[in-house]
Design a protein around this ligand. Structure first.
Ligand SMILES: [Fe+2]
Ligand SMILES: [Fe+2]
Length: 157
């Protein structure tokens, strides 16, 4: 008998491989689309070889700027009440991104790898706590209710 419950071993998770899966869905489609791109860019940066690293870093930072600007705009335009800590967290990540970009410009590529790992660790918590609240807010404004998220492949009890 296998020690592992097959349903558990087949369940998608946010950790290990950091591949896009339905556990990342928050139910506000414009945000989910941006988050899917984030996951792809973070993986590309984490897995890039030395030759591809500068381009992967530039693409990651460009993505972060657009991603955060979009969410910040949603928050300010709709006067989302707890927006400040969310906006501040975006700004802190962008400060790190600028630092890493500067070092890469001087030929130091190792910090870019650390940055990729840090983003992979950071994103699930940010998405679960801050982005999820914003997604609910945006859906509520559009449809008058919380988003209903249908995630495939999750064991239900
Ligand atoms: Fe986000
Ligand atoms: Fe965010």
């Amino acid at each position: 008998m296998s020690r592992m419950d097959p349903t558990l071993s087949e369940m998608p998770s946010k950790g290990a491989d950091f591949a896009w899966n339905d556990t990342f869905l928050l139910g506000y489609t414009p945000m989910d689309t941006v988050h899917e791109e984030f996951v792809a860019r973070a993986r590309a940066l984490r897995d890039a070889d030395a030759a591809d690293l500068p381009a992967a870093l530039a693409a990651m930072v460009a993505h972060l700027r657009e991603h955060f600007a979009q969410e910040d705009t949603w928050m300010t335009e709709t006067e989302f009440p707890p927006r400040q800590c969310h906006i501040d967290e975006h700004a802190a990540v962008l400060r790190s991104a600028d630092e890493v970009l500067g070092l890469a410009g001087q030929g130091q590529l190792e910090p870019a790898r650390g940055f990729a790992e840090a983003l992979v660790d950071w994103f699930p918590g940010h998405a679960d706590y801050l982005d999820a609240a914003l997604a609910h807010w945006m859906c509520k404004r559009q449809h008058g209710g919380k988003p209903v998220v249908v995630r495939r492949g999750l064991a239900l009890r």
